[in-house]
Design a protein. Structure first.
Length: 351
């Protein structure tokens, strides 16, 4: 599985084509410096032709097989042709003409093969995940990686499917916490953030902290806290009048009133960051999810002047409340962390 993933990330094309493209890149760079060197033009033209013929031959051979799983490799070949041409087009037209290079417009086939490859990978990944076995999840993961490379816009649930494949298929999971907020994280905050990974392990393995793991399909969850903002203690005062008519024998005989002063206390804290799912086998982040949460302290209380019998039910409830102490900055961060962990756990468990 690891070899398959590495081959996928590398592009899985022949060593010859890889060497041709490496040489083409070097020659283009040299011709920018020395645009009059005929030898460089001849080498560029020859390598460009050999690379293009190799990709075109691969496309032809794959199509002749008639197999349904060929489209991703055909897309890769077309993508190489397009990118190779774009690289050479950075040279002056006069130089390109002297290299005897002819370009082809494969934009339509590139888009068509991209669509076919995405449909196939999406269908296979869905089928594999429905099987709900670790091995099937790993195969689904390979197809989902292809979809990320294709930047397929017909798979709106791609991120969630990717996380589900990791959840079902991984055999080992590491956890890394990065604090880039500029604020110190206390041990209670760090401890709460560490709950994310143990919630995952309990969901997958039924494990508790400290139990050994099996080396295999390995990932790292990287939790990045990028910003913590703690707002000021706020209070807003409002005053309003309430009144009530006094009836006797269905007639109003008096009107009583009162003046209510309402005080609303408010304090907010926000925590922003992201979760990166890092594939240890290929050394890349394969999925990133931003997170932003808010903790809010809110309290309302009031005072009354005048006849209390004029107050309505909501005002009576308000008058029963008292002014509260504002929570400390540390407590606000802890509360925000709880929300951050809840959201992160839902993401990690692909809920």
């Amino acid at each position: 599985m690891a070899i398959l993933l590495i081959a996928l990330m590398a592009g899985a094309y022949s060593q010859d084509v890889a060497e041709y493209d490496k040489t083409i890149s070097k020659l283009v760079g040299k011709l920018r410096q020395y645009p009059q060197r005929t030898r460089l033009m001849t080498e560029l033209g020859r390598n460009f032709q050999l690379a293009s013929l190799a990709d075109q031959d691969l496309i032809r051979q794959l199509k002749e097989t008639g197999q349904p799983d060929i489209w991703y490799r055909i897309y890769q070949a077309n993508d190489r042709i397009a990118k190779r041409q774009e690289l050479v087009k950075t040279l002056p037209q006069k130089t390109i003409d002297q290299c005897s290079i002819t370009f082809v417009d494969n934009s339509r086939e590139l888009e068509e093969t991209k669509i076919r490859a995405a449909r196939y990978s999406y269908a296979v990944a869905g089928k594999m995940l429905a099987d709900s076995t670790p091995q099937s999840a790993r195969l689904a993961y390979v197809e989902l990686l292809k979809l990320t490379r294709l930047k397929a816009n017909n798979a709106p649930d791609l991120d969630k499917l990717m996380r589900r494949a990791i959840l079902l298929g991984s055999t080992e999971l590491e956890f890394e916490l990065y604090n880039r907020s500029g604020k110190d994280l206390t041990m209670p905050v760090v401890s709460r953030l560490n709950r994310i990974v143990w919630d995952y392990k309990r969901a997958k393995y039924g494990k508790e902290e400290g139990e050994p793991e099996v080396v295999g399909f390995k990932f790292t969850i990287k939790v990045v806290v990028s910003e913590i903002v703690i707002g000021p203690d706020q209070i807003k005062e409002m005053a309003y009048e309430e009144q009530r008519d006094i009836y006797r024998d269905a007639e109003v005989v008096d009107t009583i009133n009162c003046l209510v002063s309402e005080f609303r206390q408010l304090k907010k804290a926000t925590m922003s960051g992201r979760i990166d799912f890092y594939d240890n086998q290929i050394g890349q982040v394969v999925n990133t999810v931003p997170i932003k949460v808010e903790s809010i302290f809110a309290n309302a209380y009031g005072t009354l002047q005048g006849n209390p019998d004029a107050a309505g039910e909501e005002t009576i409830r308000l008058l029963s409340s008292k002014k509260a102490d504002y929570p400390s900055s540390e407590q606000m961060i802890l509360d925000a962390t709880e929300e951050f962990v809840k959201k992160a756990t839902e993401i990690v468990l692909a809920l």
